[in-house]
Design a binder for this molecule. Structure first.
Ligand code: ATP
Length: 232
C-alpha cells in the first residue's frame, strides 16, 4: 500500500487539511492518509490550544466519512515528555507497516519553509519521499530553496499536476520531493481559533460534526477570567 503520514496540530482540523490530504491521495495514487495529531509540537504554541484528546476526537470526526483517511496515534505525547520529532514518528509508523508498504510524508508549503529547523532535517528528507502541498501565500519554489544543508535538489524528474524533484544527500542517499501546486484553501487553524475566541460561531471551514464538538466542549473560547484581566 502507498501510505502518507500527515502530521499536524489539527487545532482544529479544517477544510485546508482535508483538501491537501485529498489532493495527495488522488494525485499520488495513495491508498491511505494517516492523520497524526502531534502531542507537543517543538516549534509551535497556539492561543487557547485544545488538549491532545480533544484534537484526536476532532480529527476522528473530521475524517469519519472518508474511507481512505485514518487516525494515527504515532505522534502522541511521548512517554518521557520529550518533544515529538517527525523523524521518530516516521520510525514508529514504519514499525506498524509491512515491508512492502511505501510511506510518504505529507506537509504544507508553510511547514516545509521551516524544514531546516526540524530535528535532523537532512535525514528526515531522505527517510521517505516527501509531499509538499501548496498553500495560499507560500511559494513552492521558495520552499525548494529552503532545503537543509547537505541536501541538494538534482532537478525535475517528471511533470503534470505533480512535480517530482530528486533530492540527493550525504553518502549518495536519494529521495523524492513531490510538489502539489494549485491547492487554494485560504484557511488556517490560527485564524479559526482567533475568531472563535472573539465569540464568532464556527463556520463552513470546519466540518459540521467538528463544529458541534467545538460548541459542545466550548473549545477556543476566551475564558471569562482572561477577558476580565484584559479589560482592567
Ligand atoms: P496553525 O494556524 O495553528 O499554524 P494550520 O492551519 O497550519 O495551523 P496545522 O495543523 O498546523 O494547521 O497543519 C498541519 C499541516 O497541514 C501542515 O503541514 C500545514 O502546512 C498544512 N496545512 C494546514 N492548512 C493548510 C492549507 N490551508 N493549505 C495547505 N496546507 C495546509
Amino acid at each position: 500500500m502507498r501510505i502518507a503520514l500527515f502530521g499536524g496540530s489539527f487545532d482544529p482540523p479544517h477544510r485546508g487539511h482535508l483538501a491537501i490530504a485529498r489532493a495527495a491521495l488522488v494525485r499520488l495514487q495513495l491508498d491511505r492518509v494517516l492523520f497524526a495529531p502531534v502531542g507537543s509540537q517543538p516549534l509551535k504554541r497556539g492561543t487557547h490550544p485544545a488538549s491532545f484528546e480533544d484534537r484526536v476526537a476532532m480529527v476522528n470526526l473530521a475524517i469519519a466519512d472518508e474511507p481512505h483517511f485514518a487516525l494515527s496515534l504515532a505522534d502522541s505525547p511521548r512517554p518521557d515528555g520529550k518533544p515529538n520529532y517527525t523523524i521518530d514518528t516516521i520510525a514508529l509508523v514504519r514499525k506498524e507497516l509491512s515491508p512492502a508498504d511505501e510511506l510518504f510524508l505529507l506537509l504544507g508549503a508553510d511547514s516545509f519553509l521551516s524544514i531546516r529547523k526540524w530535528h535532523r532535517a537532512g535525514d528526515l528528507l531522505l527517510a521517505c519521499p516527501v509531499i509538499v502541498a501548496s498553500r495560499p501565500g507560500f511559494s513552492l519554489m521558495q520552499a525548494l530553496r529552503a532545503l537543509p544543508a547537505g541536501i541538494t535538489d538534482e532537478g525535475e524528474v517528471s511533470a503534470g499536476d505533480v512535480t517530482a524533484r530528486r533530492l540527493l544527500g550525504l553518502g549518495g542517499r536519494t529521495s523524492t520531493l513531490y510538489l502539489l501546486p494549485d491547492i487554494e484553501e485560504e484557511v488556517s487553524a490560527t485564524a479559526i481559533r482567533n475568531s472563535l475566541a472573539r465569540g464568532a460561531q464556527p463556520d463552513s471551514t470546519i466540518a459540521p460534526q467538528v463544529r458541534d464538538y467545538i460548541l459542545r466542549r466550548e473549545l477556543y473560547r476566551a475564558e471569562p477570567a482572561r477577558v476580565a484581566r484584559h479589560t482592567h
